[in-house]
Design a protein around this ligand. Structure first.
Ligand code: TXE
Length: 483
């Protein structure tokens, strides 16, 4: 049975002003299982009005402590509803259940982390001498616009909405075209927990129309964007019109992983990491380790070990037990990844695993087999560009200096990784990688307490950690003549 989802504007669930409803496709079956109303620019304008009005109504009376407690209570509700939310998430996105539940837990953690910050934001006083008082107020920015992608919709929703609300802002969120039901379902929990009308508004719809409108509007005092570099540029241009602060932009990556372990007996860790990079979210991650630079003498053993590992990865629909990777999120993403696989073969890379649809899954569903390309080099498009699928490239390197130079030779600079048992090598590499995020001997620490974000084309600003919440505030200096 189809279920219909609506927009949230000023605390009211409603259809879009022109009545457009779009089918929501399960990427594992290619069948519609629900429909969602899309908003128009008229709806976006109503949402901005509501968010602006909310800045000076009941919400403004909420103390920081109350805002923090509210976020804790939403986190608890997310956990109480994790089974239903995960089921919807799997259906809409295709993620296996353990990954859907993991992302919901992450969402809850963002709510708790930033909820904890709500009553810890402070201003300061500045001593200018006798007869003068100078103090600095830390205030919310005002109406913030959040443009979200489809790959980690709940994680990304909470990592920006939680600090925005903790700091006293109001929000208008535009989810990605591909994934909006889980965001709307989560927003319902915020409403049920008693968020005043207009503080959180959700408008699904086309980015080219709604995203453009929202980022160009003068009522907006902060923009958060996660998506592609190309759209990121448009958002920056739109923000420039009204000098709207861009709080953060996370524009993806092409993360290198350097394998410089001592010998072949230490290859299990990195080979497992490579298999994980393929499987987790079916490779649709900004931090995916997609370029593997391996010590030349360990290059072939590493490839063998990775191929062995990925044989045990089960591809299939989220409804099947033991699935490691589900389908890609949409036909658009499936076509993109398939076209890169063809590009890799045309460029002369050696296909050592995968390379198309997995066997035994029929012709329905956007499934791509775990794919490994060896004998790659930095001039290939599959090494330079973001594929965003279950595909990795492996490249031999003659020594650490060469591996570092190759790793830094990319337009992106988000995440990276080094595998080594030598402590000096580990920290030397960490200091020389031109990125915002380095992990040593494994992949973790992408959120909550730590700053996550990139350099170069990977974007600006940081998600997670104290700096993230400060970016949702502005300073006002007040001087008093006491004479
Ligand atoms: O991205 P878009 P798409 C990368 C990944 C992927 C590629 C394309 O490589 O294959 O981008 O994905 C909204 N003004 N990433 O097409 O277009 C849009 O509606 C304002 C990496 O999904 O950037 C959606 O809500 N907003 C990334 C959001 O922007 C606009 C995650 C992202 O869509 C807009 C996703 C406009 N003019 C994709 N046009 C990451 N950093 O992890 C569209 N949008």
């Amino acid at each position: 049975m189809h279920t219909s989802y609506q927009l949230l504007i000023d605390g009211v669930w409603r259809d879009g002003s022109d009545g457009t409803k779009v089918p929501v496709i399960n990427p594992a079956t290619e069948e519609a299982f629900a429909e969602v109303s899309w908003g128009t620019t008229e709806d976006a304008s109503l949402a901005l009005d509501a968010a602006q009005k909310a800045m000076t109504s009941e919400w403004a009376e909420w103390s920081p402590t109350r805002r923090g407690r509210f976020l804790f209570s939403v986190a608890a509700t997310v956990r109480r509803n994790i089974v239903e939310l995960s089921a919807l998430f799997c259906q809409e996105h295709g993620k296996p259940p353990h990954q859907a539940a993991g992302e919901l837990e992450d969402a809850a953690r963002y709510l708790e982390y930033f909820g904890g910050w709500a009553d810890k934001l402070t201003g300061m006083t500045i001593d200018l001498g006798r007869g003068q008082l100078d103090y600095v107020l830390r205030e919310p920015l005002g109406v913030t616009v959040h443009i979200a992608p489809w790959n980690y919709p709940l994680d990304i929703f909470c990592r920006s909405v939680a600090p925005a609300l903790a700091a006293g802002n109001t929000c208008v969120v535009k989810p990605a075209e591909e994934i909006s039901l889980v965001t709307l379902a989560l927003a319902r929990l915020f409403q049920e927990e008693g968020l005043p009308a207009g503080v959180l508004n959700i408008i699904p719809g086309p980015g080219a129309v709604l995203g453009k409108y929202l980022t160009e509007d003068p009522r907006v005092r902060g923009i958060v964007f996660t998506g592609s570099v190309e759209t990121g540029r448009k958002v920056l241009e739109a923000a420039a019109r009204n000098i709207t602060p861009v709080i953060s932009m996370e524009l993806g990556g092409k993360a290198p992983s350097l394998v410089f372990v001592n010998d072949a007996t230490e290859l299990d860790g990195p080979a497992g990491g490579a298999a994980g990079a393929i499987a987790w979210n079916a490779g649709q991650s900004c931090g995916q380790r997609s370029r593997w630079y391996v010590r030349r003498d360990l290059y072939e053993p590493f490839i063998e070990r990775v191929v062995e590992r990925i044989r045990s990865l089960k591809v299939g629909p989220a409804t099947e037990a033991g699935v490691s990777l589900g389908p890609l999120v949409s036909k658009k993403q499936y076509d993109k990844v398939m076209s890169y696989i063809q590009i890799g073969m045309d460029e002369g890379a050696r296909l050592v695993a995968g390379g198309g649809r997995p066997e035994g899954l029929g012709d329905k569903g956007y499934f791509v087999a775990p794919t490994v390309f060896a004998d790659c080099n930095n001039s290939m498009r599959i090494v330079r560009e973001e594929i965003f699928g279950p595909v990795i490239t492996v490249i031999p390197a003659d020594g650490l200096d060469e591996a570092l130079a190759l790793a830094n030779d990319n337009a992106f600079g988000l995440s990276s990784e080094i595998w080594t048992s030598d402590i000096t090598t580990a920290h030397t590499v960490a200091s020389r990688l031109d990125v915002g995020h380095v992990t040593i001997n494994g992949s973790a620490a992408f959120g909550f307490e730590v700053p996550f974000g990139g350099v170069k084309h990977s974007g600006l600003g940081r998600e997670g950690g104290p700096e993230a919440i400060l970016a949702y505030t502005r300073l006002k200096n007040v001087w008093v003549n006491l004479k």
